[in-house]
Structures are given as structure tokens and as C-alpha cells.
Ligand binder design. Structure first.
Ligand SMILES: Nc1ncnc2c1ncn2[C@@H]1O[C@H](COP(=O)(O)OP(=O)(O)OP(=O)(O)O)[C@@H](O)[C@H]1O
Length: 228
């Protein structure tokens, strides 16, 4: 689902963020991405979503080689990816329904389909019945769930989360992780960037660790076959 081969990223100011990073997240796998502040976690996620581009090396997402992907194809790639942020980037003056519906509105889905899919997503994250609320009326944990519902509403093959539990207490953090597990059980690949080593220790998933832009430990590289 995600394959990096000797990927480096140097920002235009000369800041080295990633050096020779290679790893493979298989289809249907869930894993953590960890490392100290500045280790390169957000940069790695930005390369996957083509917010930034690699300076060297190759990146495949769901079988697409995205090294030279042109601008016109980026929105198609992003449809396959659900992105969850620490501060969830919700529109506070719009309803929960409008926030979750946004990706479908952009894609031009019919009203009927939007209603159906938003209801299903809110149900999955335990927010059924809160469509008409504004996010400001919800708790931090509920707001994070709205962000998750928005990320899954167009049924992406891959979920990326950047510090999704950063503002939540341990109980709520665990609830959010369990939610990711249910999506993973349904076949979605999940990569979660987090500082929260306590949370990682309580789960059984593979951990990819970045240190000063380099990937530590067992790096899994392709030994033949089609990248997926
Ligand atoms: N747009 C940018 N321009 C220049 N340098 C950048 C940019 N974004 C990140 N960096 C640098 O790249 C390195 C990696 O940053 P990145 O944000 O990927 O780390 P991180 O592991 O996500 O950190 P944190 O956990 O604090 O969010 C840092 O040295 C950072 O200062």
C-alpha cells in the first residue's frame, strides 16, 4: 500500500528532513510511525499525500509510482487516502453534517448518496444523531471523531493519522485507536504517526521509528513482485 525506496527530502531552505528512508506498509496492515519532534514524521506523511515531493528515491502508493505524478492526478490519488490531523481542521461555523460531507460535495456526489454515506460514517464513529450540531458544541474527543468520520466518508484504501490522540486523555486515546482497529479489520490500511509511546506499547502493531530523518530497525524492502 505504501512503499518507500531510499527516499530523501531536503526542503528548499536546505533543511534535511528524511535520508534514505525505505519501508513497506502492506495492504491491510496497521502500523505506528514514531520518533522525536523533528524526526521527519509529518514530512513522511506529506510525501504520501503529495503535499511535498521527495528530493530523491521512489514512493509508491496503492500501486501508483508518485515520484513524477503530475498535478492533475494528485486529487485522484488523494481520494484513496483519508487524512486525520491532531487539531482535526474542522469548520467550526458549519454543522457536523457539512464537515463530514465536504469530501463528497467536492467529488460531486448526489444529495441522497451524501446523506446515506454521512449517516453511515457518523454511525461508525459513534456520533449518530449529532449531524446538526456545530463542532464547537462537542467535546475534544467528539470533535476528533468528526475528523475521523470525514476521513473515512469516501471509503479510502489508506488512512493516515498525524498525532490523532495528541489532545486526548489516555481513555479517549485508546477509544480512538480501537476505532482505527475496526477500520483496519474491515481491510483499510492504517498508518498512525504518534509520540505516544505508552499507547504504542499497549497495542500489538509494527512500529516504524524515525531518528533524525532516518528509519531505524527492520526495514522491509521489496524482494521482487509488484509494489502494492
Ligand atoms: N516546510 C519546511 N521547510 C523547511 N524545513 C522544514 C519544513 N517542514 C519541516 N521542516 C524540517 O524538517 C525536519 C522534520 O520535520 P517534521 O515536521 O517532518 O518532523 P516531525 O517528526 O513531524 O516533528 P513533530 O513531531 O514535532 O511534528 C525538521 O528539522 C523541520 O524543522
Amino acid at each position: 500500500m505504501i512503499r518507500f525506496e531510499q527516499v530523501s527530502k531536503i526542503y528548499s531552505g536546505g533543511q534535511k528532513a528524511l535520508t534514505d528512508v525505505s519501508f513497506h506498509l502492506r495492504k491491510g496492515e496497521m502500523a505506528f510511525l514514531t520518533g522525536h519532534s523533528g524526526a521527519g514524521k509529518s514530512t513522511l506523511l506529506k510525501l504520501i499525500t503529495v503535499i511535498e515531493r521527495a528530493s530523491a528515491g521512489r514512493v509508491w502508493i496503492n500501486g501508483h509510482d508518485i515520484a513524477g505524478i503530475d498535478r492533475g492526478h494528485v486529487p485522484f490519488l488523494r481520494r484513496e487516502i483519508g487524512m486525520i490531523f491532531q487539531n482535526h481542521h474542522l469548520l467550526m461555523d458549519r454543522s457536523v453534517f457539512d464537515n463530514v460531507a465536504l469530501p463528497l460535495v467536492i467529488e460531486g456526489f448526489s444529495h441522497g448518496e451524501i446523506r446515506k454515506r454521512v449517516a453511515a460514517s457518523l454511525d461508525m464513529v459513534g456520533l449518530f444523531g449529532k449531524e446538526r450540531h456545530n463542532p464547537i458544541m462537542l467535546s475534544g474527543g467528539e470533535q476528533q471523531r468528526v475528523g475521523i468520520a470525514r476521513a473515512i466518508v469516501n471509503k479510502p484504501a489508506l488512512l493516515l493519522a498525524d498525532e490523532p490522540t495528541g489532545n486526548l486523555d489516555p481513555k479517549l486515546s485508546m477509544d480512538i485507536l480501537r476505532l482505527f482497529e475496526t477500520f483496519n479489520d474491515a481491510g483499510t490500511s492504517v498508518l498512525i504517526a504518534t509520540h505516544d509511546l505508552g499507547l504504542i506499547a499497549r497495542m500489538k502493531y509494527r512500529t516504524l521509528t524515525l531518528k533524525q530523518g532516518r528509519m531505524l530497525g527492520a526495514q522491509e524492502l521489496a524482494t521482487g513482485g509488484e509494489p502494492n
